[in-house]
Ligand binder design. Structure first.
Ligand SMILES: Nc1ncnc2c1ncn2[C@@H]1O[C@H](COP(=O)(O)OP(=O)(O)OP(=O)(O)O)[C@@H](O)[C@H]1O
Length: 247
């Protein structure tokens, strides 16, 4: 399965992005070009600044210096973020969580709920859903806005391995039909290699490795080339984690 062209979504450009929390400098003059439609995975030791970077791109965190630019064809580009926790509103039904802030989009919401495997669950409340089902609702809630840029912060991190694999398949299928620019933070190197066009390893507040993953989709976990890349990235992560711990 290859992605259809031309790519959808918007390109993202980061120039000299730096961020400090008080005395603690987290990101150091980070430069990054992400072309429209590219799926980028961000990995790195705990505390290296992955979530901070995503929050900066989302406009949730101010920069200390530098520039973030979304090169958009739309006058009001939409950026959506998805987190490890679903952040659903427990007092709203599944359908009303997806249509939050929108009017007259019930049919679109139902179509999306069907696409994420939740047909017929519109009137259920989040409390009766499993963790994986709740993340499916969260994904539908993000996608209904047709975001130019999708920011995913460990979205499947709290799920068991089987549910996580099925969510990865689901995301891959949805993006094959409608490609978008995606920035995914993950601790799961395999997830990065299965999903992304490009994997960035962050270290010391910068991008230390920038790997293009030129493998056909769907990808297979047993692919020896991916297994070799996994080894290489895990080694890089362990070194980075040790450096981070000593920082
Ligand atoms: N609001 C804040 N105030 C002060 N320090 C912060 C704040 N947010 C993050 N930090 C610090 O910035 C650094 C990077 O945090 P961030 O959450 O971006 O790391 P991360 O790479 O996403 O980590 P993890 O993989 O553990 O989620 C950490 O040292 C963290 O303590």
């Amino acid at each position: 399965m290859t992605r259809p062209s031309p790519p959808h979504g918007d390109g993202l450009s980061l120039r000299g992005v730096a961020k400090a929390f008080g005395e603690r400098s987290v990101l150091h003059a980070l430069d990054l070009e992400i072309p429209a439609g590219q799926f980028v995975a961000l990995i790195g030791a705990s505390g290296v600044g992955k979530s901070t970077l995503l929050r900066i791109v989302a406009g949730l965190e101010p920069l200390t210096s530098g520039r973030v630019e979304l090169r958009s064809r739309s006058p009001a580009p939409d950026i959506r973020m998805m987190f490890q926790e679903d952040r659903l509103m427990p007092w709203r039904s599944v359908l009303r969580n997806v249509t939050l802030g929108l009017r007259g989009r019930d049919d679109d919401a139902r179509r999306l709920l069907a696409a994420v495997g939740l047909a017929g669950r519109d009137n259920d409340y989040p409390v009766v859903l499993s963790g994986g089902q709740r993340q499916r609702v969260a994904l539908a809630r993000a996608l209904i806005h047709e975001p130019e840029l999708l920011l995913l912060d460990e979205p499947f991190g709290a799920l068991d391995a089987i549910t996580r694999a099925s969510m990865q398949l689901l995301l891959e299928g949805l993006l094959a039909r409608r490609p978008r620019t995606v920035l995914l933070v993950t601790h799961d190197v395999e997830e990065a290699l299965i999903l992304a066009d490009r994997v960035l390893l962050m270290r010391d507040g910068r991008v230390a490795r920038d790997l293009s993953i030129d493998r056909e989709r769907p990808r297979h976990r047993g692919d020896p080339e991916l297994a070799a890349l996994k080894e290489e990235l895990l080694e890089g992560l362990v070194t980075a984690q040790a450096a981070q711990a000593g920082a």
